[in-house]
Design a protein. Structure first.
Length: 487
C-alpha cells in the first residue's frame, strides 16, 4: 500500500538556501514545508552580503532578479584576495556583483516563497531524522514529528540533519579567527580604511543609518566556536588599535574563521544537504550564500521529478556528482584567498606577482568566470560540445513573432527543448518545445564565441543538457535520462 506523507519534502532551515530550494520545489509541483528555528525572518544585523553574476542570472530565470537589483548597488568587479577582477566584459546581461546585505536578500526571498504559498514553520527546529524505504520521519526539538518523502538539510554548518544522517564533514581546522560586528561606537575610528598587519585584517565602516558601525577584526588567538561576546570584541580591538573606540549596544556579533569543511556526501538515501550544511569556509569573496543558492537551483527540479515518479531516484545522484566538485573548488578558492590576505613579506611578493599575471586578459577572465559562477561547467559526459554542461546564454529570441529571452522561457522552472529551425522533434511534458530565431552571438565565458547548434535541451536550472542536430538519437536519450521521456 502506498505510504501517505504529510509533505513531499521538508526543508530544514529558512536561510537563502532553504528559501530558494522551497521555491524551486514548489515550482516543481511538490508539497514542501520549511522548518526554521527563528521565530521571524528578521536577522539581527545585516550579515553577509552580495550576489554574484551567476546567482543574479538564475534569479532572472525565475523572473525575480529585479527585486534584488532595485535594492542593491552593482559593482563591475569581483575580488580575489585583495585583487579586483574586472567583470565588465563578461558575456552576461549581469556582468557585475550586487552589493546587498543578507537581511535584504532573505527578506526578498521570503516574500517570493510566501507568494508561492509555501508554509514556513517558524520557531521550530529539526533535531533529527530516521529514514526507511518509504520516507523520512523528521523529529523537531519540541518532540513533534513530520513525515516526508525526503528531507533536505539547509540548517547551517552545525547541521543537525547532517549529523543525523551520519555524513562525515572533513576539512581544515581554523588557523585564525575574526569577529564581525554591528555596534555603536563612542570614538572616531578611521572609517573605511582596511588595516592589515601580522594578525590579519581589520576595519570600520559606517552603516546606512549613520549610527552603527560594521567592524571586522582578527583575533590574536584562535577563538572558541561559540557565540562571540562584546567583551571579546573589545579585547580584540584593544589588541589591534590600543582602544576599543567605546563599542557598545551591539546589534550583532559573530565569529568566522579560515577553517573549511565539506560534507563527504551530499546525499544519504532520502536525506540531502545544501548550503552551509554541505560546505563551510571563510566568507572571503562572498562565496557561501551564492554557492548555497546554486545548490538549491540544481537540486530542486531533480527532486521534483523523482518525487513525482517521472524518473528513477538515481537522478539524485547527479546532485552530488555535479555540486560536490563545485563545493570543493569553492573551498580551494577561499583557502587560497585567505593565504593571500596574510601580511607577510613573502605573501606580499606573491600578491605582486599575481597582480601582474591578473593584469593579462586570459588569467583575469578565467578567475572572474570561476568566482562569479559564470564559468561553471558540469561534467555531463559530452566534452566534444562546449555548450553541454554550461549555462545557456540568455539570448534575445523571436518566438511566434514575439520578442523574448531564454531566461523568460525558464520562469516556470520547466525544461525547454529549443529548436532554431523548422524541423525537430516535439517533447512531451514536462519539457516545453519552443521554436525560435535569434541573431545573437553565442558567447561563453573564457571560451568566447561558439557555433550555434540547431537544437538545445535546457534544464530548469539553466544549464545545457544536450546540444546538436534534432535528428541525432542522442537527443532522445538525453530526454529519457534527465526527464524520464521515452527514448
Amino acid at each position: 500500500m502506498q505510504a501517505s506523507f504529510e509533505h513531499d519534502v521538508v526543508v530544514a532551515g529558512g536561510g537563502p538556501t532553504g528559501l530558494t530550494l522551497a521555491a524551486e520545489l514548489t515550482l516543481a509541483g511538490l508539497d514542501v514545508a520549511v522548518v526554521e528555528r527563528r521565530a521571524s525572518q528578521h536577522l539581527d544585523g545585516s550579515r553577509a552580503g552580495g550576489l554574484h553574476a551567476r546567482t543574479i542570472e538564475m534569479f532572472e530565470q525565475r523572473g525575480i532578479a529585479d527585486r534584488f537589483l532595485t535594492q542593491g548597488t552593482t559593482v563591475q568587479v569581483h575580488t580575489f584576495g585583495a585583487t579586483a577582477l574586472d567583470l565588465s566584459d563578461a558575456p552576461s546581461r549581469h556582468p557585475y556583483s550586487l552589493g546587498l546585505w543578507q537581511d535584504r536578500i532573505e527578506a526578498t526571498l521570503a516574500e517570493w516563497v510566501d507568494e508561492l504559498g509555501v508554509p514556513v514553520m517558524r520557531g521550530r527546529e529539526v533535531s533529527g531524522c530516521i529514514q526507511d524505504d518509504d520516507g523520512v520521519t523528521v523529529t523537531l526539538a519540541d518532540g513533534a514529528t513530520i513525515r516526508a518523502s525526503y528531507l533536505v538539510g539547509c540548517d547551517g554548518g552545525r547541521s543537525a540533519v547532517r549529523r543525523a544522517a551520519g555524513i562525515d564533514f572533513p576539512g581544515w581546522e581554523a588557523t585564525v579567527t575574526s569577529l564581525v560586528a554591528e555596534t555603536e561606537v563612542a570614538g572616531d575610528p578611521a572609517w573605511g580604511v582596511i588595516h592589515r598587519d601580522e594578525k590579519g585584517v581589520h576595519g570600520f565602516s559606517r552603516l546606512e543609518d549613520g549610527v552603527r558601525a560594521r567592524i571586522v577584526v582578527t583575533e590574536a588567538e584562535v577563538g572558541e566556536t561559540g557565540e562571540a561576546t562584546l567583551e571579546e570584541l573589545s579585547a580584540a580591538l584593544m589588541a589591534v588599535y590600543g582602544t576599543d573606540y567605546g563599542v557598545h549596544s551591539p546589534t550583532w556579533i559573530s565569529r568566522f574563521s579560515d577553517g573549511a569543511r565539506q560534507a563527504a556526501a551530499y546525499r544519504a538515501g532520502r536525506v540531502l544537504l545544501a548550503g552551509d550544511a554541505a560546505h563551510i569556509h571563510s566568507p572571503v569573496g562572498g562565496q557561501g550564500l551564492n554557492t548555497g543558492v546554486q545548490d538549491a537551483m540544481n537540486l530542486g527540479w531533480k527532486l521534483g521529478l523523482v518525487v513525482r515518479g517521472a524518473v528513477s531516484e538515481t537522478l539524485l545522484d547527479t546532485y552530488h556528482a555535479e555540486r560536490h566538485p563545485i563545493g570543493a573548488r569553492v573551498l580551494q578558492g577561499t583557502l587560497a584567498q585567505n593565504a593571500l590576505m596574510r601580511e607577510e613579506d613573502r605573501v606580499e611578493a606573491l600578491r605582486d606577482v599575481l597582480d601582474e599575471v591578473l593584469a593579462l586578459d586570459g588569467p583575469r577572465t578565467h578567475l572572474a568566470a570561476r568566482f562569479s559562477g559564470l564559468g561553471i561547467r558540469y561534467d555531463l559526459g559530452d566534452d566534444g560540445r562546449p555548450l553541454v554542461g554550461r549555462r545557456m546564454p540568455d539570448l534575445d529570441l523571436v518566438v511566434a513573432d514575439q520578442p523574448t529571452r531564454v531566461s523568460t522561457l525558464l520562469h516556470d522552472a520547466r525544461p525547454v527543448l529549443l529548436h532554431f529551425g523548422p524541423s525537430g522533434m516535439a517533447a512531451a511534458e514536462p519539457v516545453r518545445t519552443v521554436r525560435a530565431a535569434s541573431d545573437d552571438d553565442w558567447k561563453l565565458p573564457v571560451i568566447g564565441r561558439v557555433d550555434p547548434p540547431p537544437t538545445v535541451l535546457i534544464r530548469p536550472d539553466g544549464y545545457v543538457a544536450w546540444a546538436g542536430d534534432p535528428d541525432d538519437p542522442a537527443l532522445a536519450e538525453a530526454l529519457a535520462r534527465w526527464f524520464g521521456l521515452d527514448a
